[in-house]
Design a protein around this ligand. Structure first.
Ligand SMILES: Cc1ncc(COP(=O)(O)O)c(C=O)c1O
Length: 401
């Protein structure tokens, strides 16, 4: 069995990658350790890189469609991993999930309509509806036993009058697995309120050993009928730069309306390498994925042990899927902006600022980004272990300054 290498550092600087090169440019610092943007600092697997090289042997890069082998790889993956038994008819290629969410909002809602999200949440869930002229309603999650949880009374209060619920399943930040019982309850509430659910399952393939992802559409016939699901190989196989995802809709009327809209506007085409890379990833990726998740799981344990022994005042929500951890530093008593400055200028570590993840206290108002989750930061641990430990040492020193 081939052993894949997740320890050797890859120098990504100067490759125009968002994670390393954008902060270096923004702060004018060349020794920043970026633990923010959600991609991984590991090589994309060779079977993906090879398939792209092979396609380049053909000298014409004209308009290209997804092949039968692509659709087969996608449908087999969905059936095997998520119990979604479907055919090509119920699937549509999407160049990116953030774009897919925007398309769904534009297709199914009107300006001024209310869109529900549960906070803290991946910032584009707040920004995309706003950019589409929709109103964002933030429904805060609670923290229970060290993990994010839905308070159903709060959720049902906030869903009133909303047209769409955008759900991160698993939830970003912190890779919370929702599980079947929770999703069933959410589906009952959404059905009662006639709300369309967009289930963003981009992190599903990163479910860590010992946990089990449940796709929203599979929890009940009603959930299948009122939902749009997005999946992608982009996080799993570290190919986000290719723009390759897929939309699944079980309900015929929803599917015809959305896929017709996408095709009519011509906004959901893909590039040659997006198709070929996705096919290779899904058809050949199981063993790579298994080893990567084992490594990632040890990174999560390493983070947990480090926090307990060196930074016990940090309240952490650790991932059950994905490589994202939510760290609350409020017990250190350092104001938010000072913490943010210390992380960049003293620690030279880039984290995602918690205040971009929505509002914590519901005031019946819509989202005001930047008002809440002070002293919270999201850490990306999809990297060689030595880099993770370096980042943690730097953070610890910066907190002592
Ligand atoms: C929940 C979630 N959805 C979507 C995306 C981005 O998807 P895409 O690159 O396909 O637009 C991310 C990336 O971090 C994410 O965490």
């Amino acid at each position: 069995m081939k052993q894949y290498d997740f320890d050797t550092p890859i120098d990504r600087r100067g490759s125009d990658c968002f994670k390393w090169d954008a902060p270096a440019k923004e702060y004018g610092l060349d020794d920043l350790l970026p633990m923010w943007v959600a991609d991984m600092d590991w090589r994309s697997p060779d079977f993906v890189l090879d398939t792209i090289r092979q396609r380049l042997e053909h000298p014409v890069l004209g308009y290209t469609m997804p092949s039968d082998a692509y659709w087969k790889a996608v449908t087999v993956w969905l059936a095997k991993h998520y119990d979604i038994h479907t055919t090509q008819e119920n699937l549509h290629f999407i160049p990116g999930i953030v774009a897919g969410i925007a398309y769904a909002l534009l297709c199914f809602t009107l300006p001024g309509d209310k869109i529900l999200v549960t906070t803290p949440v991946y910032p584009p869930f707040l920004n995309v509806p706003k950019a589409c002229g929709r109103e964002v309603v933030c429904s805060p999650l609670k923290i229970e036993d060290g993990r994010f949880a839905i308070d159903y009374d709060v959720f049902e209060r906030d869903i009133e009058g909303c047209k769409v619920f955008i759900m991160s399943n698993p939830h970003n930040p912190a890779g919370t697995i929702w599980g079947e019982e929770v999703l069933r309850k959410v589906a009952d509430i959404c059905k009662r309120h006639n709300v369309l659910v967009i289930s963003d399952e981009i992190h599903a393939d990163l479910t860590l050993p010992g946990h089990h992802h449940v796709s929203y559409s599979t929890v009940s016939p009603s959930a299948a009928n009122h939902s749009i699901t997005f999946m992608a190989p982009s996080k799993t196989f570290n190919i986000a730069g290719l723009g390759s995802s897929v939309c699944y809709i079980g309900d015929e009327a929803l599917r015809k309306r959305f896929f017709g809209w996408l095709d009519g506007l011509g906004v959901a085409g893909g590039n040659i390498f997006a198709f070929t890379a996705a096919e290779a990833a899904f058809a050949q990726g199981e063993e790579w994925q298994r080893q990567m998740l084992e490594y990632l799981n040890t990174n999560v344990q390493t983070l947990n042990e480090y926090l307990q022994s060196h930074l016990p005042k940090v309240k952490a929500v650790l991932p059950e899927a994905s490589y994202l951890a939510w760290l609350d530093f409020s017990a250190y008593g350092i104001p938010h902006q000072e913490l943010a400055d210390r992380f960049i200028h003293d620690a030279r570590v880039v984290l995602n600022d918690g205040t971009t993840f929505g509002v914590r206290d519901h005031k019946g108002a819509t989202a005001e980004i930047g008002k809440n989750y002070e002293c919270c930061f999201r850490l990306n641990l999809g990297c060689p272990r030595a880099m993770l430990l370096d980042a943690l040492d730097r953070i610890e020193k910066a907190l002592k300054c």
